[in-house]
Design a protein around this ligand. Structure first.
Ligand code: FAD
Length: 302
């Protein structure tokens, strides 16, 4: 039996692990995709205190090495069920069954899709949700970025370093991103900004060749051709598997200020919980709070 099982190796899960391991607890960390969660997909992390600029992947690798050196048990797999079998006794199923005295859910969020026909089919064939992962495939080519927030703007900036032309298409007449990065993007000569475009159709047979938009200003349909399309239109939580033991609000887990869910011994931290600011610094903070709360819970119940 582990002391704690953590679900998700993003910033919240990694930070919780760091605190728990430093308290000499036995921690199993389970991750379904890749270490670092969303931030591993970001070319630049520039708003983390005391670190001027670092790639998201490098930041996550450093944190993972830190917990690896402290003896974390790590496994890949998708957690599909959590059962509470008794006071301070959980069973977690991720293909393998493991048991622990407490559990922290740090499952984050994942990208929102456009919801257009053939979208799934085009992933890896011209459509991507991650510029850091796939940008290099489009070196010296023309790409579109669909989105208007920080992630979309960051994608446009990093793709502009690689691609011949980057056209960023927003749904409304403005960006919902930090002014500092919007200004940086606007200064780039190979970035074209197009507002008021609503994605209607993904074009192409086997490979994506462009997007057909409704131009909301003119009311006309408009086709923008591209070698690649990067979609960055927000995120969605995936907490359905945990629903029997937690309360959900629009899919996000509700917790108290100690990150405690409605089930004693089951905690949630980071982007997966109801909160207003979803950032690395807040995820890391949630992870630390959840870990301290777990320690208190274990000292009361072990
Ligand atoms: C492109 C991009 C750029 C960003 N840039 C910045 C930035 O510059 N500064 C900033 O502060 N924030 C940035 N963010 C936001 C930041 O990355 C997130 O707020 C942060 O990663 C949230 O951490 P988390 O641990 O809560 O969740 P996540 O990072 O989403 O990690 C959750 C992890 O849990 C795993 N998981 C989910 N469900 C399961 C399951 N059932 N079983 C096992 N594993 C599971 C996922 O695979 C994932 O690895 C950016 C996000 C993106 C997408």
């Amino acid at each position: 039996m582990h002391d704690v099982i953590i679900i998700g190796a993003g910033p919240a899960g990694l930070s919780a692990a760091l605190y728990l391991l430093r308290s000499n607890l036995d921690v199993l960390l389970i991750e379904k995709e890749g270490i670092g969660g969303q931030i591993a997909k970001s070319p630049r992390l520039e708003n983390y205190p005391a670190i001027e600029s670092i790639s998201g992947m490098e930041w996550a690798d450093k944190l993972f090495n830190q917990i690896d050196n402290l003896g974390v048990h790590f496994d890949f797999g998708e957690v599909t069920t959590i059962k509470k079998l008794g006071e301070a006794h959980f069973q977690v199923d991720y293909g393998t069954i493991e048991e622990s005295k407490a559990v922290i859910i740090a499952s984050g969020v994942s990208h929102r899709s456009l919801g257009l026909p053939k979208e799934e089919q085009f992933v890896g064939h011209g459509l991507s949700y991650c510029a850091t992962c796939d940008g290099a495939f489009y070196k010296d080519q023309d790409v579109l970025v669909v989105g208007d927030g920080n992630t979309a703007v960051q994608y446009a900036i990093s793709l502009a370093n690689l691609c011949k032309k980057v056209t960023i298409c927003t749904l409304f007449g403005k960006f919902f991103a930090d002014e500092i990065i919007v200004k940086r993007m606007e200064s780039l000569p190979n970035v074209v900004i197009r507002h008021n475009l609503e994605s209607k159709e993904l074009l192409g047979d086997k490979e994506l060749t462009g997007v057909r938009f409704l131009n909301k200003e003119s009311g006309e349909m408009e086709t923008l051709n591209a070698d690649g399309v990067f979609v960055a239109i927000g995120q969605v939580p995936h907490n359905e598997a945990f629903a029997p033991l937690v309360d959900l609000e629009k899919g996000f887990i509700t917790v108290d200020e100690d990150m405690q869910t409605k089930t004693p011994g089951l905690f949630a931290a980071g982007d997966c919980r109801v909160k207003k600011t979803r950032q690395v610094v807040t995820a890391v903070s949630d992870g630390a709070i959840a870990a301290v709360s777990v320690e208190k819970y274990l000292s009361r119940n072990s």
